[in-house]
Design a protein around this ligand. Sequence first.
Ligand code: AMP
Ligand code: MG
Length: 330
Amino acid sequence: MSEIVEALTAAQTARAARRAGEILRAGGLVGLPTETVYGLAADATNDRAVARVFEAKGRPAFNPLIAHVRDLDMAKAHAVFSPLAERLARAFWPGPLTLVLPRRADSGVSLLATAGLDTIALRAPAHPAARAAIEAADRPLAAPSANPSGAVSPTTAAHVAEGLGDRADLILDGGPCPVGIESTIVKVEGEDLVLLRPGGVARAAIEAVAGRPLRRAAGAVEAPGMLASHYAPAARLRLDVETPRADEAFLAFGAPPGDHPHTFLLSEAGDAVEAAANLFAMLRAADALCREKALKGIAVAPIPASGLGEAINDRLARAAAPREGSGIGD
Ligand code: AMP
Ligand code: MG
């Protein structure tokens, strides 16, 4: 099993980041917390290190990865920022917004990390441990979610260790992820904004800053992580369930039905932000309960689509999708 070091206090974070920085600069892999989910980080400018990420996750295809940067300055070395892109970065960074922008010809980021595209996905994370690791490595970090391909994203260091065994050279434990759901991905095409993946920043907040609507990616898969089956627990999911059966685990949103024995409260107050933070950990716990008690599956309460509800419903739909087919998850 990979070594886990705590990165909770400022002193622990500084110490852990120094070790992480050395490992990353040497081409190693580090599991680290971000405010969205835990990432499996590698030096984004090192082809071999990036290849090890794909290998560790068992990814069936080389999907492009997000390069995590310290700030707008570091990002500008790798992408061309239009005034609109810069306005979004200034409004939401550091934070859970990923921008897909034209890649600069002189960006040193591995072509494997960007899957040979002429665009690059960039994000400046807010979590202190992720920021300290980028600072220590002094280069962008490619960091997809730290789970085997297609599995539920990890929101604790223990989830990372469970999923990846000893495939990370080090895991930083920064506690549970505060947002708990992946970043919102927006592609900036001139004056046009395309929502490639709903996530930790709500659509309305982005539209308010941009002063224009986000177009939803149509037809062709623009972000491979958008393919149907993904985030899949072993148990079957039933969505929009008001009254769960006795032989199901239940993810409740709002006041739960009084006497259901296997209930997990995503948010008793009906708060989508709280529900997003709990989503993946409770999917795992419900999945484990199904195994332990031989339950028939997981029923999930209806969740309104406003705010982070859009991202939660997106992830639930993928978790409920039929499993065979593409097999391309991340
Ligand atoms: P993850 O790192 O697991 O959060 O997933 C990263 C997501 O970003 C995947 O859905 C990728 O396909 C998407 N992505 C990364 N780079 C690009 C790009 N240049 N264009 C479109 N989507 C991208
Ligand atoms: Mg993922």
